[in-house]
Design a protein around this ligand. Structure first.
Ligand SMILES: [Cu+2]
Length: 96
């Protein structure tokens, strides 16, 4: 269930690992940013494991997903991209 798969409906599913999320608000922030990417249909984040499952209409560029995650203030760890500067804190302080 962890490998990208292509369904019969033409959707692509990929699983990423996100670092830095500590509460439900963090999950919401990541879900909103990644969900805003074009062709993304569904984003499911598991806070405990940091796993993010993304269902999209076409394969996503890792860089685009990483950028969206960083935009929310967190870090995508399963990409070779250069690590972003450390985030200021949970939700950028918005939830604490
Ligand atoms: Cu939070």
């Amino acid at each position: 269930m962890t490998a990208p798969t292509t369904g019969s409906t033409g959707t692509v599913e990929a699983v990423y690992t996100v670092e830095g999320m500590t509460c439900a608000h963090c999950v919401s922030a990541v879900t909103a940013e990644v969900g805003a990417l074009s062709s993304v249909g569904e984003v499911t984040v598991d806070l405990a494991s940091g796993r993010m499952r993304v269902v999209s209409g076409e394969p996503l560029a890792d860089a685009a997903v990483a950028e969206a995650v960083e935009e929310a203030g967190y870090r995508l760890v399963s990409t070779p991209a250069e690590p972003a500067a450390e985030a200021g804190g949970c939700c950028g302080g918005a939830c604490h």
